[in-house]
Design a protein around this ligand. Structure first.
Ligand code: FES
Length: 155
């Protein structure tokens, strides 16, 4: 998946205007089941994206020892920039490193936040939600896992 595809996918998944227009159209049509599905997928812009399940191809990006607990790292998978945070011994969180403001690359920041240096947006490492600056939406998420001594990210 290309860098541009990831940015486009993230934008389409998190577009509140398109999402809410669809919700109104569905509710107006009286399709209750479809409305429930649409509402579930239509989170407010500031809410973090749900942690995805591990589907797709698992890419070994680091050894677990290269990403100590509480630390962040930036990796590239094919051409996609991905930022990582190791929450505890058995959990690593992975996000698209494409800033939701204007598409710069997000990097490691302070202890609890990723940083976009272009216009000083910050994102919480725990869920990718916006913690400051002009970014309008959370970072897109990827499934990630620690298996043995390997850190895997699923794209
Ligand atoms: S592009 Fe990231 S803050 Fe503007």
């Amino acid at each position: 998946m290309s860098h541009e595809q990831i940015a486009a996918d993230a934008a389409s998944l998190e577009s509140p205007a398109g999402c809410c227009r669809s919700r109104r159209a569905v509710l107006g049509g009286g399709l209750v089941g479809a409305a429930a599905l649409t509402l579930a997928a239509c989170a407010a812009p500031s809410e973090p994206a749900a942690e995805p399940s591990a589907t797709g191809e698992g890419h070994e990006v680091l050894s677990a020892s290269e990403l100590p607990v509480g630390k962040q790292a930036s990796v590239k998978i094919n051409k996609a920039d991905v930022t990582l945070y190791r929450r505890d011994e058995s959990t690593v969180l992975a996000y698209s490193a494409i800033c939701t403001h204007a598409g710069c690359t997000v990097v490691a920041g302070d202890e609890n936040r990723f940083h976009c240096p272009c216009h000083d947006s910050y994102f919480n490492v725990a869920d990718g939600s916006v913690a400051g600056g002009p970014a309008p939406r959370p970072l897109a998420r990827f499934a990630a896992a620690i298996e043995g001594d390997k850190v895997l990210v699923y794209l």
